[in-house]
Design a protein around this ligand. Structure first.
Ligand SMILES: Cc1cc2nc3c(=O)[nH]c(=O)nc-3n(C[C@H](O)[C@H](O)[C@H](O)COP(=O)(O)OP(=O)(O)OC[C@H]3O[C@@H](n4cnc5c(N)ncnc54)[C@H](O)[C@@H]3O)c2cc1C
Length: 189
């Protein structure tokens, strides 16, 4: 069958969540996913109840296993390269040249992080270069830490992360764009 009630492009956590809800409503669904979630490099996920400390791929595998019991949901491994609006519904074409049609379309393609051109940054992304203190800050509590940020955001992060470690340096990657008042407050710490 190549005509679906819904095609979901992106089959990581958001796409799988949508698929579960639709599968449970007996909708014919196709998930198109090329298996490159944004958190692929991180060894463990945190701060998500019932899954704290699990490997990211393990969370996705459990979700997939649960969704597979809803027989109206199908999986396709591949990359969607083209979408076309039809008179009724949509058409999606994949890199392999397969074509699928649907009434409704969901994009659950996530975001792509733009990694700064700093040598070694990319190799450490999600491991020791971390994007979120709530996800991974606890694992680095008490450790020597640098925050790469500037301006109001840097000030905010510094206050937030100071509770996890007092050994903090702020790297502003150029002239510090903080107000005199903010700098004074930070110096007191
Ligand atoms: C390094 C890192 C660590 C993180 N750690 C945590 C954590 O510990 N705890 C926490 O709660 N959150 C964490 N997050 C955030 C969490 O990973 C994201 O919120 C979550 O992955 C978002 O899910 P998503 O489905 O929207 O996108 P993604 O998980 O990024 O998935 C998008 C999917 O769409 C697919 N896709 C994209 N375009 C196409 C296309 N054209 N055709 C087919 N498939 C396509 C991709 O291959 C991918 O599988 C972390 C994020 C990062 C970057």
């Amino acid at each position: 069958m190549d005509y679906y009630d819904c095609i979901i492009v992106g089959g990581s956590y958001s796409g799988l969540s949508a698929a579960m809800a639709l599968g449970r409503s007996l909708r014919n669904v196709l998930i198109i996913d090329d298996g490159k979630p944004c958190n692929a490099t991180t060894p463990h996920s945190h701060n998500f109840i019932t899954h704290d400390g699990k490997k990211p791929a393990e969370i996705a595998a459990i979700a997939k296993q649960q969704i597979e019991q809803y027989k109206t949901v199908k999986f396709y491994t591949g990359f969607a390269v083209k979408g076309t609006k039809l008179d009724e519904g949509f058409q999606i074409e994949t890199k392999a040249g397969d074509i699928f049609k649907c009434k409704k379309l969901i994009f659950a393609t996530g975001i792509r992080d733009i990694i700064p051109a700093v040598p070694g940054f990319s190799a450490c992304w999600g491991i020791s270069v971390i994007h979120c203190p709530y996800c991974h800050g606890y694992e680095y509590r008490g450790s020597k830490t640098a925050i790469m940020s500037n301006g109001d955001l840097a000030f905010h992060f510094t206050q937030l992360i100071y509770n996890l470690t007092k050994d903090l340096a702020l790297i502003t990657n150029g002239k510090a764009d903080l107000t005199a008042e903010q700098i004074e407050k930070l110096k007191k710490k």
